[in-house]
Design a protein around this ligand. Structure first.
Ligand code: FDA
Length: 303
């Protein structure tokens, strides 16, 4: 129930306006968002690097309905890749195609993606592509296929909860895809997605094994102890060492586990969101864990 309300809240522009204009809410969001500016994200990345953890810089913003702000997002990503290279940070960038105009003007989105990929390649920074809701999955797979052919370092997020995912991965197998495997953060209908925790975990494990056989440098984006334990075991069974894959976490979540993995020789990378458009991101995090809602509400009333 709480989960459904939060998913509704994530999509409500009116609520978004009310919450994001509240300075106290902005401060409370900082537990999960590095800050409003690129400099905040670079600082967070440097701090993570100092603890042996890589980062993934994500400029918040998605689902743009006109192209006016897209140029700004592209420029911000270009600046981010330049800064990562100039500061010698161990960091990738992650983009949402809907932020580049995917649903408004596909050609513009392709051009924007090409610009970001080309600029990032020139300075030796890798790019990751987030996966959004199921309406965007087919086109995102298509654009990834084109991008990965020219830029094989590109990584794509793939959602274990979607019923179509095993077939999508089979279709990508000839590309030897770089994948970030995640459970999936969007409310999807039962026809399209597994709903039960157990079923999603089972599919995640199946896909983990698949990626060790057919993927390159897989990343597992989860905080779930059981799935992390499975990936570690599956790696050994597949004859892979800790250098052959990585674990990815969201900023502000399970720092204890991040440290434990690093101490055990694993590669860990943290997704660092930054920017002013934090509302949909934060409401998805609350839907995953309603305890975060309490944290946020307490911060709002100053307790
Ligand atoms: P689950 O939600 O079951 O959590 C397992 C445990 O982790 C919890 O019991 C709790 O201890 C802790 N935990 C999890 N979420 C928490 C939270 N919000 N706050 C505090 N503790 C929490 N999704 C998507 O659809 N497209 C994408 O591109 C991405 N990209 C992405 C990148 C990275 C690096 C990560 C880690 C995740 C994503 N996701 C995503 C989100 C993903 O699909 C999923 O919604 C979340 O990771 C939560 O699922 P878990 O696997 O962590 O399990």
């Amino acid at each position: 129930m709480v989960n459904r309300v939060l998913m509704w809240a994530a999509a409500s522009p009116r609520l978004q306006r009310q919450v994001t204009e509240n300075p106290v809410a902005r401060r409370a969001a900082h537990r999960f968002v590095a800050g409003a500016r690129l400099e905040d994200a670079l600082e967070a990345a440097a701090e993570l690097n100092s603890r042996g953890i890589g980062s993934i810089l994500d400029l918040l913003g998605e689902g743009v309905e006109d192209l006016s702000g897209v140029g700004h997002a592209v420029a911000e990503y270009e600046e981010a890749t330049q800064a990562i290279a100039a500061q010698g940070l161990d960091s990738t960038i992650s983009i949402k195609l809907s932020q580049l105009g995917q649903t408004v003007d596909r050609d513009a989105c392709v051009a924007n993606l090409g610009r970001i990929l080309g600029g990032a390649k020139a300075v030796g920074v890798r790019v990751e592509i987030d996966m959004e809701d199921s309406t965007l999955v087919p086109d995102t797979l298509e654009l990834f296929r084109e991008a990965a052919t020219a830029h094989p370092q590109t990584r794509l997020a793939i959602q274990a909860m979607l019923r179509r995912t095993p077939l999508d991965l089979e279709a990508l197998a000839p590309l030897k895809p770089r994948v970030r495997l995640v459970k999936g953060a969007y409310a999807e209908p039962v026809e399209l997605a597994q709903q039960g925790k157990g079923e999603i975990r089972a599919q995640f494990k199946f896909l983990t094994d698949w990626l060790f056989r057919h993927g390159v440098d897989p990343a597992f984006g989860t905080h779930d102890d059981e799935l992390i334990a499975h990936a570690r075991k599956a790696a050994v069974q597949a004859g892979k060492g800790p250098e052959d894959f990585e674990f990815q976490f969201l900023y502000g979540i399970r720092r204890d586990l991040q440290r434990e993995l690093v101490d055990n020789g694993h590669r860990v990378r943290v997704y660092v969101p930054f920017g002013s458009a934090w509302y949909p991101y934060l409401t998805r995090r609350m839907a995953e864990r309603p305890a975060n809602l309490l944290f946020f509400l307490r911060a709002l009333v100053g307790r």
